[in-house]
Design a protein around this ligand. Structure first.
Ligand SMILES: NC(=O)c1ccc[n+]([C@@H]2O[C@H](COP(=O)([O-])OP(=O)(O)OC[C@H]3O[C@@H](n4cnc5c(N)ncnc54)[C@H](OP(=O)(O)O)[C@@H]3O)[C@@H](O)[C@H]2O)c1
Length: 289
């Protein structure tokens, strides 16, 4: 099998694989193969991407492409790398990349041992479905680590997508990933909780979500422009303990399960504001520092 001079094989094309595949294909990086465990998802993904021959994960042809992009779930990276490696004896000249933000490129070691350059490029973005990814991956931020040849390919892709590449320490990737966890799925969870408070307060559904969108967008803008401490508003930053007492009483009555969460957030907020709450409010015996 002769290697192509350019082209990509996408392995495990879920939400990120399909979105990135489509964007790369449209940016002039040909997608040659789309490989999945089952035929139907591979076909669907190739249709979405607009390019690539759907094949199985054990098809040696997929190694014709000089760049292999693994977009499987994090847990599948190690077993998939192990099963891909024997598809060719010599992987030199090949680059293998994955898109996980929590797992270092070293998970691809079986391929590196056979000569591949390995790396990862992680979009610091939330991609709930492939179409959203096509919209929001352009101009985004990408954490990159790995071997120089792999980082070069990743940087070329990011540049083509008008994105911002930045380095991450492989040994700290899980902390890097936790930074995304702190502000994305948590925010969705908090907003969902907030809509429950609003519903019981009588705010119509059709108002609640756009109202939260405007509120949260403004909050984010202020954080970016002013920094955490200055952007902080609300009773904790003002030291209005009466309001916090009344919040807690209302939550104990209507949403008792949320009290520990409220108090944990309050403690973090007080640390940011540099304020001390009266004993008892934060749910700890000691005064908050
Ligand atoms: N979604 C996001 O917001 C986001 C953002 C940044 C980075 N990422 C990272 O990007 C990667 C892909 O995420 P995703 O959200 O695109 O995941 P996803 O939509 O759940 O897709 C995962 C894909 O992995 C395949 N897969 C799972 N186990 C496999 C195995 N043992 N062998 C072969 N294929 C397997 C699945 O194929 P089947 O159809 O066969 O199950 C599916 O196509 C992950 O590393 C994730 O951490 C995701």
């Amino acid at each position: 099998m002769k290697p192509q001079s350019e082209g990509i094989s996408i392995i495990g094309p879920g939400r990120v694989g399909q979105a990135l595949g489509k964007l790369l294909h449209e940016a002039g990086f040909p997608v040659l193969f789309v490989a999945a465990r089952r035929r139907a998802p591979a076909q669907r993904a190739a249709r979405f991407i607009g390019s690539g021959r759907p094949i199985g994960l054990d098809a040696p042809e997929l190694t014709i492409a000089p760049v292999i992009l693994l977009t499987t779930s994090d847990a599948a990276l190690a077993p998939v790398a192990r099963s891909l490696a024997p598809l060719r004896n010599d992987w030199s000249g090949r680059v293998v990349l994955h898109t996980s933000g929590s797992v270092p490129a070293a998970v691809l070691a079986p391929l590196k041992r056979r000569g591949a350059a390995i790396g990862s490029l992680h979009p610091y973005q939330t991609i709930p479905n492939p179409s959203t990814g096509v919209r929001n991956l352009v101009g985004g931020y990408w954490g990159i680590e790995g071997d120089p040849a792999a980082r070069r390919v990743a940087a070329r892709w990011v540049k083509a997508l008008r994105g911002v590449p930045f380095p991450i320490r492989p040994e700290k990737k899980i902390l890097y990933h936790a930074s995304a966890f702190m502000v994305c799925p948590t925010l969705v969870t908090l907003m969902d909780q907030s809509t429950r408070f609003l519903a019981l307060s009588g705010v119509p559904d059709r108002i609640a979500r756009p109202m939260l969108a405007r509120f949260v967008t403004e909050t984010v803008k202020n954080f970016v422009e002013l920094g955490g401490q200055t952007a902080l508003t609300g009773p904790a930053s003002r030291g209005d303990w009466q309001i916090i007492r009344r919040h807690l009483a209302a939550l104990r009555r209507d949403f008792p399960g949320t009290v520990p969460l409220y108090q944990e957030l309050l403690r973090a907020m007080l640390r940011l504001a540099g304020k001390h709450a009266p004993a008892g409010l934060t749910g700890t015996r000691r005064r908050s520092v």
